[in-house]
Design a binder for this molecule. Structure first.
Ligand SMILES: Cc1ncc(COP(=O)(O)O)c(C=O)c1O
Length: 420
């Protein structure tokens, strides 16, 4: 039977960056004789023993406790997600930031990726009056996973970042505000912070200006803090965060080390939460509760915050410094700029003047068992042909040290070979 005859079938079967990424993840895990795979591509977090100790302890507690086991595995949650955990998230955010939240401002989804699928199609696409709306990414490059979740065409638009060159071979992206308010048909503004792929952290000033712009245009402002504060806190700059009833804040348990529990958390006004709840009920009856039940008491007791501050952030800060040093060593005689690592667990590498495309570099690296992501995937919605988009790759530095060190050497060899 041909499944690609409907619009939906054709759309879902298109070759997308996310499909390539997740297929690579599967492929890299299959041993190939004579090849050592270095997985520097996907978005898996590191496995940090001190962090996993807490989750393992929780699993033992859950196994021994009838009520917790019931919530964990034996009952459907409310369609908005496990109510105790949602209440815990609201209380923690109210305590930490002073935001006026209750459980009714929080919904869970099957991973935050699912939340973006719902939010983008809620705020963009064809409207009842025949007009069209788009999601605006004010700082491209942006997250690959936003690219293909729209159920119709032309749902995304982006503004390319301004580049600030910094000493020591670093650079940093900034929002180009010029002209942002004149981009037509905007239904929501969306940023990841820290940004995947670059590790850029938008300043509080930039966040506030984007918030003001969204309100002026009467559209929601989506902030994706999958890597940032309040958890997992893999953010080395500007810890402040904003929320108001026009902001849709998306959080996740994935980068805390629990990606397989598929737990996304959306904090928003009650209308948005109602829409997500309705989607959950229709598409999957209820979201997954396992992650929520594991984390709930850790969140309430403050242990989770301690884990983030004492184990997670320092771990990634150290791994980032180490990977930067390996790169600087391997690229001594080659042109390389590294985006200043301000958060998340990626290094975004820019090879100015690279004579081949980053997609070709990706293929050559893959042939040598080094899996990275080609930068060209990370410009969803950007129409102009900016050469920069073909000169970058993203490297995940959170996996085994030997793999990252070996992978960096191969990247330098291939970039050197392409230059000759
Ligand atoms: C910026 C960003 N947002 C959201 C997600 C999705 O996370 P999940 O669906 O696992 O919650 C990811 C995953 O890598 C990400 O990098």
């Amino acid at each position: 039977m041909k499944v690609a005859t409907t619009d939906f079938g054709r759309r879902i079967l298109r070759p997308t960056g996310a499909l390539e990424l997740m297929t690579d993840l599967g492929e890299a895990s299959i041993p190939v004789p004579g090849r050592t795979a270095h997985m520097l591509g996907g978005g898996n977090p590191a496995r940090i023993p001190a962090v996993e100790d807490a989750y393992r302890r929780r699993l033992r507690e859950i196994a021994e406790d009838d009520a917790q086991f019931g919530r964990f595995a034996a009952t459907y949650s409310a369609p908005g997600g496990d109510r105790s955990f949602r209440g815990g998230v609201a209380e923690m955010l109210a305590r930490k930031y002073g935001w006026p939240l209750t459980e009714r401002n929080v919904a869970l989804t099957c991973g935050s990726q699912t939340a973006f699928t719902v939010l983008f199609n809620l705020f963009a696409g064809e409207c009842a009056d025949g007009s069209r709306r788009r999601i605006l990414f004010p700082l491209a490059p942006e997250y690959i996973g936003y690219a293909d979740v729209g159920l119709s065409d032309d749902m995304l638009v982006a503004q390319r970042a301004d580049i600030e060159e910094l000493p020591g071979g670093f650079f940093k992206y900034h929002v180009r505000f010029e002209g942002l308010d004149r981009i037509p048909d905007v239904g929501a503004i969306c940023v990841s912070r820290p940004t995947n792929p670059s590790g850029n952290v938008l300043t509080l000033g930039e966040l506030e200006r984007l918030d003001a712009l969204a309100r002026a245009r009467a559209v929601p402002f989506i902030i994706d803090a999958a890597y940032g504060y309040p958890f997992p806190g893999i953010q080395f700059e500007e810890p402040g965060l904003i929320w108001n009833d026009n902001v849709v804040l998306c959080l996740s348990l994935s980068k805390l080390g629990l990606p397989a529990t598929r737990t996304g958390i959306v904090v928003a006004n009650e209308d948005v939460i109602e829409a997500l709840t309705a989607f959950n009920a229709t598409a999957s009856l209820a979201p997954v509760s396992t992650g929520a039940v594991i984390v709930d008491p850790l969140l309430r007791s403050g242990e989770l915050e301690r884990i983030c501050d004492e184990s997670i952030r320092p771990y990634y800060a150290e791994r980032s410094r180490e990977a930067v040093a390996w790169l600087q060593d391997a690229f001594r005689d080659l042109p390389l700029r590294i985006h200043r690592p301000e958060g998340a667990f990626f290094l975004w590498l820019w090879f100015p003047g690279l004579p081949i495309t980053s997609a070709e570099l990706y293929r050559r690296l893959k042939a040598r068992g080094v899996f990275v992501l080609s930068g060209h995937h990370f410009f969803p919605g950007l129409e102009d042909d900016w050469r920069h988009r073909h000169e970058c790759i993203r490297l995940n530095y959170s996996q085994a040290r030997e793999s990252v060190a070996a992978g960096v050497k191969v990247i330098a060899e291939e970039v050197g070979r392409a230059k000759r």
